[in-house]
Design a protein around this ligand. Structure first.
Ligand SMILES: *Cc1c(COP(=O)(O)O)cnc(C)c1O
Length: 351
């Protein structure tokens, strides 16, 4: 019998921002505004590049299995000792699932949110339990807690992709106090927010905080994710992990990037400035955001339609139609360089 892919992958998987780029290229547009993937529009810190270049000299050797100096650098900067690494936070998410999930275990997800939790949990043969967010995209805390009762793991993204919603610290604490289920807080965009959740690590042994060097640190192409984990979780994670999941060029670049906080400060200032302008100019169609992107309601138009129209004018945004539980009339636009943002604001106003 001819082999075939598993049934759980027959539907839509992870959505990449390629369609908009194809359309822009068909129009012959050379200078495309890349506002579809929440990337950092600015190049990495020169320190990151220097460190990466140096590490390249040694790639005939396998990297260290545990990148101790990088782990130590994270631990010292953020003041919490147990840190694990992965091939992007996507890699961390996958390894966390591999560490914990037996077939049929329940995994709770507050939707609409980042789609990879569902894809990766399903791949692990988990049973995914969706908890719908409220109409303003805040988390329905009582419903989330109820869903956690017989679950192994729960994912909560804050600031949430694609809505930008920040879940207040007190609400996260309420969840942690009410349940023993391991909570994975996805903080991919935390550097752009007004507060973080690190203090909760000290008080809880069922909390994981996932972070990435892909957004604020401009290293999306090198794939480095990390997580603060309870001490008891560390050894199992390392055993479940793909051997040498993080290469030495990436680890070196991350260490260099981490040592240059002025780069992060610059991008955060830029993002906050433009986020305010996007919100002002898009009025009540835009949702408040603590991330480097904004969710915009484009009804009565459809997200796909707006994505295509903007693409034809050289602007890539993300249609949110593929996010389960969101509806088909939203787009997500990332804060880019000034010229990209200006172009977007001009075109969205006359759409
Ligand atoms: C971008 C993103 C990630 C993944 O980041 P990588 O480190 O690039 O894998 C994880 N979670 C959310 C919510 C994201 O938006």
């Amino acid at each position: 019998m001819r082999p075939s892919g598993r049934a759980c992958f027959s539907g839509n998987g992870y959505v990449y921002a390629t369609r908009a780029e194809e359309i822009a290229k068909e129009q012959g547009i050379k200078r495309i505004a890349r506002l579809a993937s929440n990337e950092n529009p600015f190049p990495p810190s020169p320190k990151a590049l220097q460190c990466a270049e140096k590490a390249l000299q040694e790639v005939n050797r396998y990297p260290p299995e545990v990148h101790r100096t990088l782990v130590k650098a994270f631990a010292e900067r953020f003041g919490y000792p147990s840190v694990v690494l992965g091939n992007g936070m996507d890699g961390v998410i996958e390894t966390v699932l591999r560490t914990l999930i037996d077939p049929g275990d329940r995994v709770v997800i507050a939707q609409p949110t980042f789609s990879f939790y569902g894809v990766a949990a399903t791949a692990q043969s988990a049973s995914v339990v969706s908890v719908p967010r409220r109409s303003d995209f805040s988390v329905d805390i009582p419903a989330f807690i109820r869903a956690c009762q017989d679950a192994k793991l729960a994912f909560l993204c804050t600031p949430n992709n694609p809505t930008g919603t920040f879940t207040p610290l007190e609400e996260v604490r309420e969840i942690l106090d009410a349940t023993d289920t391991l909570l994975f807080l996805d903080n991919a965009y935390i550097e752009f927010a007004a507060a973080d959740y690190l203090g909760l690590m000290q008080e809880n042994d069922h909390l994981i905080i996932g972070r990435t060097m892909s957004k604020a640190y401009s290293l999306a192409g090198l794939r480095l994710g990390y997580a603060f984990v309870p001490a008891w979780f560390e050894t199992s994670y390392l055993r479940a992990s793909t051997p040498f999941a993080v290469n030495r060029v990436t680890a070196a670049a991350a260490e260099g990037a981490l040592s240059d906080q002025s780069h992060v400060t610059r991008i955060v200032t830029h993002v906050r400035h433009w986020r305010r302008r996007f919100l002002e100019e898009c009025g009540n169609r835009a949702y408040p955001s603590e991330a480097n992107f904004i969710l915009i309601d484009v009804a009565p138009l459809k997200g796909d339609e707006v994505m295509e129209r903007l693409a034809a004018r050289g602007i890539m945004v993300r249609s949110c139609a593929s996010f389960p539980g969101l509806g088909d009339h939203f787009i997500r636009v990332s804060v880019g360089e000034a010229w990209e943002n200006e172009l977007f604001l001009r075109e969205i106003a006359v759409l």
